[in-house]
Design a binder for this molecule. Sequence first.
Ligand SMILES: [Zn+2]
Ligand SMILES: [Zn+2]
Length: 338
Amino acid sequence: MTLTGENPSFVLQKVNKVSFEERPIPEFSSPKDVRIEIKQTGICGSDVHYYTHGAIGSFIVKSPMVLGHESAGVVAEVGSGVTSLKVGDRVALEPGIPCRYCAHCKAGYYNLCADMKFAATPPYDGTLCRYYVLPEDFCVKLPDTVSLEEGALVEPLSVAVHVSRLAKITPGSSVIVFGAGPVGLLCCAVAKAFGATTVTAVDLVQNRLDLAKEVAATHSFVPTQGDSAAESAAKIKELLGGKAPQFAIDASGAAASVNTAIHALAQGGIYVQAGMGAPEITFPITEFTIKELTAHGSFRYGPGDYQLAVELVASGMVDVKKLITHRVKFEDAEQCVQ
Ligand SMILES: [Zn+2]
Ligand SMILES: [Zn+2]
């Protein structure tokens, strides 16, 4: 297929139906806006989920929506008030624009803004198009050493940065990460970059754990089917020489992982939920209470997370290239969501 027109866009029409559509080139809504020519986009689990289910929780696709939110590109035009970017700059796109005025925005928690306009979250169009407009402060300039492909991976890396900041991972600590999908792998890498010296990846699939070890993990663990959470936790503690981890991150959303994490944590440990699975699960509340654990939700990313993610890539502390499994032309995007 060849794409004609000025702004071909990859549109989810309805469940299991996508097509290319010519969309108008987006206009500036503020002098601080920049127009970016999109060059690389990662396909997220959420894009696939909207394709297969048409909704994630209360976000329901009611009208056709452009997919994609993990993108990098080149600045094609800048508004009259833009001071930090010029045409030709290569940028990673932070794809959610908060209202900037509510109490959460003003307190520095703009990811919690109720009026967030987030790419490819209904009803807002995503970045799988040729041109996309963002305010300059939501574009993070890429150093020359960081490729546009790596720039697209800054989005999931920022999720992992946000999780690790919420956990307040300390140097020399032991961190266990459940789920070795893209976000779990990146959580392993960021935990190590934050100074964790023991990073344990847990997954049911051995080759995902092999990749986790290549990326950052010092230990890996495959739970035995049929073991209880307490039994798995005991095996993990044994694997770690009798020392329970102080930090646990769940990037799987699986009930068994959440339960095992709570059982595996040391007294006073910190737990962060990064993955989404079943909306409700049973939870080991007694174990949680008597160990005096702290639990934190985590949603997208906030101030400084994107910038730190770019720094981690630029400094070589996190190698995101290991996560690239397939390279597909824009016109063949449908292969990625099927
Ligand atoms: Zn994503
Ligand atoms: Zn707000």
